[in-house]
Design a protein around this ligand. Structure first.
Ligand SMILES: NC(=O)c1ccc[n+]([C@@H]2O[C@H](COP(=O)([O-])OP(=O)(O)OC[C@H]3O[C@@H](n4cnc5c(N)ncnc54)[C@H](O)[C@@H]3O)[C@@H](O)[C@H]2O)c1
Ligand SMILES: O[C@H]1[C@H](O)[C@@H](O)[C@H](O)[C@@H](O)[C@H]1O
Length: 339
């Protein structure tokens, strides 16, 4: 049987997400083992590798990708480093789960989809984990069932407690709203045709010079309107919510407070501090689905085309931030390779 000792995975980038994926692959996921960890910070990779039997630390992705005990690659380095690792992995015909954004711009995204098409089969999955979140999956099933009629509008809220130092206005779109771009395309089964970004007065808690929050409007190819509130420094927790407005009803997700406690004259639930807690189950399901599919010789989740389309919409969003007004999204013709 192939992968008898478990799928050997190289994790590239061992910061916040990469270290969490190493823990997940080692402790939670079945059918895989971490055989390589890569980080340009040698100590970070070494301390993870030292704790796992049969795991080697590297400082360069090419060396790990060339190793005999590496069957698949999980990329969790910063976005600008993704293209090189993706091209190296595709060069060895290895399956890849690449954290979002697949690449930070359309030029590099096109180079990735061209490299994958040259291989002749799909190898790339992009880590848009909301596709594996239980509530999002239920919303998608309900919309697909047609029970509520066509979706006319989608309201989305994406609030972070705070953002890491150096986070920019453009990253509010390319790193954060990228999730709503993918969720919109996946939930509605439509491309996003135009983007308009509005900037309300900035919160006094936003870093100097940053316009936070922002309000983003998508127009889809079938005429649905989709709004996204992106708030990087809401200050109270991590909150992701969505409401679809359909012809015969509305459906809302993201409100579940977990256990609802009544005490001291108040009732309510808690808001998680970050995505690691809010989407823990979704990341687990995403990585398990990727390992299972890879062992069967299949692919799951968002494709490289989805990664390219998200980059194109985000580029239009950043242009709207910069120039103001409505920007149309320019997509190349979708290859038959990506049905
Ligand atoms: N799906 C999600 O919800 C989610 C959440 C957070 C981050 N992310 C994505 O995960 C990726 C990593 O984000 P993070 O928050 O963990 O960042 P991070 O800064 O915490 O970690 C990145 C790590 O990669 C290392 N690195 C940098 N360049 C490298 C290279 N060329 N090769 C190998 N390692 C390199 C850094 O030294 C660092 O340890 C990004 O693409 C980000 O957008 C996704
Ligand atoms: O990189 C992170 C990550 O993708 C989170 O899921 C998102 O909520 C943050 O806004 C973003 O900065």
């Amino acid at each position: 049987m192939a992968f008898q000792r478990g799928l050997g995975v190289a994790v590239i980038g061992t910061g916040k997400m990469g270290a969490d994926h190493v823990r997940r692959l080692h402790d939670v996921i079945s059918g895989a083992r971490v055989t390589a960890v890569v980080d340009i910070e040698a100590d970070r990779a070494k301390s993870l590798a030292d704790a796992i039997d049969g795991c080697t630390a590297y400082t360069e992705s090419a060396a790990a990708i060339a190793a005999d005990d590496v069957d698949a690659v999980l990329i969790a380095s910063p976005g600008p480093a993704h293209e090189a690792a993706l091209i190296e992995a595709l060069g060895r015909d290895l399956p890849v789960l690449c954290e979002k954004p697949m690449t930070p711009d359309t030029g590099s995204a096109l180079r990735v989809i061209e490299a994958e098409q040259r291989l002749g089969h799909r190898r790339v999955s992009v880590g848009f984990m909301r596709r594996f979140d239980a509530e999002y999956v239920k919303l998608k099933r309900l919309l697909d069932s047609g029970e509520l009629g066509a979706a006319l509008m989608l309201h989305q809220r994406h609030r972070n407690l705070t953002m890491p130092p150096g986070f920019t206005d453009a990253m509010l779109i390319s790193s954060s709203v990228a999730h709503e771009v993918d969720a919109t395309r996946w939930l509605l089964g439509q491309e996003i045709a135009a983007v308009t970004v509005h900037k309300p007065a900035a919160s006094s808690h936003a870093p100097a010079g940053m316009n936070d929050p922002q309000f983003v409007l998508f127009e889809t190819s079938a005429g649905a309107l989709v709004d996204v509130e992106i708030f990087g420094h809401c200050g109270y927790g991590y909150q992701v919510q969505a409401e679809a407005v359909c012809e015969r009803g509305t459906v809302r997700i993201g409100d579940e407070p977990g256990p609802r406690v009544s005490a001291d004259g108040r009732w309510g639930g808690r808001v998680p501090p970050d995505y690691i807690e809010r989407f823990e189950d979704a990341y687990d399901r995403e990585v398990q689905a990727w390992v299972d599919a890879t062992r069967r010789g299949e692919v799951t989740g968002a494709s490289a085309w989805d990664g390219y389309a998200a980059a194109a919409v985000c580029e239009a969003g950043v242009a709207s931030q910069r120039e103001g007004g409505r920007i149309e999204v320019a997509l190349v013709e979708r290859p038959a390779f990506y049905p």
